[in-house]
Write a protein that binds this ligand. Structure first.
Ligand SMILES: Cc1ncc(COP(=O)(O)O)c(C=O)c1O
Length: 346
């Protein structure tokens, strides 16, 4: 029996139909702007996000970095959450490559950053301070339970950013999960924000690729940044075809991933010695803890891996599980049976 892979939704593999779309892709040299499939993907992405233009890039990390570099100059300050992907997991690229000064604000448990803290963090125009040039939001928020940012919260940030003249970039790696969970169009979640990035290679099941979306002028700058970062690709239509297939066929099914995560969370909450918070599980990510001294998180992860269940220990004592395409409800029940067996034997 194949292992149940809950380490990340990046483990998704392309379906047969997606592989066929890849094989049939019309190709050209995208560095010359002549790959028709890439062009179609970019046009589709821009429409879906309600923006003027979009740019195909190899990864979510490059999408974020190219966006930040397109908004800011060296020495500028960016406001971002202390649990954000950009701050925690992108190798400090905005500082290392872009010379940007990260100003970290606490993420609440639901992935938001308190608007009052944002307002207080914006610097006065004074030669002692780096100019505050950008706010970065993350929707859904990976390290905060995959929480979708609520439309009412986004309204508050739009009002604040508009009043302060502060541009906003949304790391929407999983914005389609947010849209499905909230029952709103992705363009509504991106509305009023200056740029949004999203990933094709997570729950949407494509092998590679992310999009950056924004105004024409912003995308022109991002295009140059992509070149500087070495992310310009040639016959990338093979990858874009997978992305187009994903946008047409893989979005609505994200609700299944969310239902699987809920089933897991409810099952885990009933296992003696484990704890999670089912009410926080709105999309495809959940965290659990061991509540007694029976097993350390790495020991639990290792014992489950031996039995064919894979998930990740975090540095803060939590463990993370992510549901995705390729898994079934039966897999969730098998995962719960393995967890029960390991805890009973500990
Ligand atoms: C919220 C978020 N942003 C950005 C990324 C980066 O994507 P990539 O792994 O394609 O660089 C990830 C990856 O997991 C993510 O979870």
């Amino acid at each position: 029996m194949s292992p149940i892979e809950l380490r990340s939704d990046t483990f998704t593999l392309p379906s047969e139909a997606m592989r066929e779309a890849i094989a049939r892709a019309e190709l050209g040299d995208d560095v010359f702007g002549e790959d028709p499939t890439v062009n179609r993907l970019q046009e589709t992405a821009a429409v879906l996000m309600g923006k003027e233009a979009a740019l195909f890039v190899p990864s979510g990390s490059m999408a974020n970095l190219a966006s930040l570099l397109s908004h800011c100059q060296r020495g500028d300050e960016i406001l971002l959450g202390d649990r954000s992907h950009v701050f925690v997991y992108e190798a400090g690229s905005s500082a290392a490559v872009g010379g940007l000064h990260p100003h970290i604000l606490p993420n609440e448990e639901d992935g938001t950053i308190d608007p009052e803290r944002i307002e207080a963090a914006v610097r006065a125009d004074n030669p002692h301070f780096p100019p505050t040039r950008l706010l970065v939001l993350e929707n859904t928020h990976n390290r905060c339970w995959g929480s979708p940012l609520a439309p009412a919260y986004l309204d508050r940030v739009r009002e604040l950013a508009g009043r302060l003249g502060l541009p906003v970039h949304v790391d929407g790696a999983r914005i389609f999960n947010a849209a499905v969970a909230l029952g709103v169009a992705p363009a509504e979640l991106a509305r009023g924000f200056d740029s949004v990035s999203f990933c094709l290679s997570k729950g949407l099941g494509a092998p590679v690729g992310s999009l950056v979306c924004g105004s024409q002028g912003f995308i022109r700058r991002a295009h140059r940044m992509r070149k500087q970062l070495g992310g310009a690709m040639r016959q990338a239509g093979f990858l874009a075809a997978a992305g187009l297939y994903a946008l047409e066929h893989m979005v609505d099914r994200l609700a299944e991933d969310h239902a699987m995560a809920r089933r897991l969370a409810e099952g885990i909450a009933a296992i003696d010695g484990l704890a999670t918070e089912p009410a926080r599980v709105r999309t495809n990510i959940l965290f659990l803890r061991v509540t007694d001294g029976r097993l350390t998180p790495p020991a639990l992860v290792a014992a489950c891996a031996e039995r064919g269940l894979r998930f990740l220990p975090e540095r803060d004592g939590r463990m993370r599980m992510v549901t995705h395409y390729g898994l079934t409800m039966a897999d969730m029940d098998r995962a719960l049976a393995i967890l029960r067996e390991v805890m009973a034997a500990a």
